[in-house]
Design a binder for this molecule. Sequence first.
Ligand code: NDP
Ligand code: MG
Length: 382
Amino acid sequence: MMQCVSVLGSTGSIGRQSLDIISRLPVRVAALTAGSNVEHMARQCEKFHPTLAVMASQAAAERLADRLSGMDIRISWGEAGLIEAATLEAVDCVITAVVGMVGLKPTLAAIGAGKRIGLANKETLVCAGELVMEQVRAHGAEIVPVDSEHSAIFQCLMGNKDRGEIQRLILTCSGGPFYGMDRAQLQAVTKADALKHPNWKMGAKITVDCATLMNKGLEVIEAMRLYGLPEEQVDVVIHRQSVVHSLVEYVDGAMLAQLGAPDMRLPIQLALTYPNRAACPVERLDLTALGSLTFSKPDLEAFPCLALARACAKAGGTACAAMNGANEAAVAMFLADEIGFYDIYRLVSTGVEAAPYVKTPDLEQILEADRLARLAVARAAN
Ligand code: NDP
Ligand code: MG
């Protein structure tokens, strides 16, 4: 059991669920970080008494300091604050629940300090996964995935990791709110439609990624990096019920799956208790009440973001970073009502094309690909 934890992105969907789990375990909170939600951060500080609280901007940090005056909590801001939260001496596990590639440098810093990473922030592995995993090996750090599919695979591999016996990984995908629609129908969908996920309640960015199926594309890359497998060995199946969280097929044809109610608190808790398990307040599955579970192929014609992500996964190098940066920029525009649903795909393609390709990039080249892709998206949208 991890004893002292930092939660990066504590005011978000994963962050709040992490604190719910932490409040039930003998775990101390050393640091909390948020973007701009001062009021919620203040309430979390009053409840968990961290040593350090970090906001994205100096202005937000000053407001938090006013709100918490008299409490013995150090307050910081920006990237330096995030990195400090990720590397505090006393911390043994860092839950990375910030959204977007803003999580990259703090994650690398936590790895450099040899921490366990409870990794929710998939964008980090998508844009710089090879570099991140190299650093994990170099520093003897450890990643326990929080993303439900990757946690499921992690659980199916317990005791069998690194034995060369994996045939393929099968990621399950709910299909999102637009499952079954064709291109013509998808022309008419709105932001409000995209934000209605059938099975999970999550932050806005990942909810839109689920509607385009880009989320599953990001997860294919995340799985390749975590488990060191080529793109051909990571499959995706549509599974509307979100009960089978993912599967491993072994070389002998045996398939192992992890099942459970769709509740992120189980993978979050496992990141803290691994290699052990503990009682968890999630709903129990009643298999007979479920009746049937269904599986089908994703429609790559209607949801081209998944095919684009697979092409970038195959290309490797800076292609994934460019795609991720372009997607973050395009989804932000969609959430600001500036573009339509299919513009996301169009703009991400433009961003990938615009960023120069480097086969084995260093961190600077990854950041540059991200920057140029975002720039291309901004230009193409105007
Ligand atoms: P949310 O949008 O709910 O939360 C994001 C968190 O990051 C908030 O604490 C937010 O602060 C903070 N934040 C946002 N922008 C910045 C910034 N520029 N600098 C510092 N902090 C920032 O996201 P989710 O919890 O849904 O997702 C978090 C990560 O986990 C994502 O990478 C997502 O893909 C992944 N994930 C999420 C799942 C889910 O069920 N939600 C499932 C699997 C993976 P503030 O509240 O102040 O804005
Ligand atoms: Mg997932």
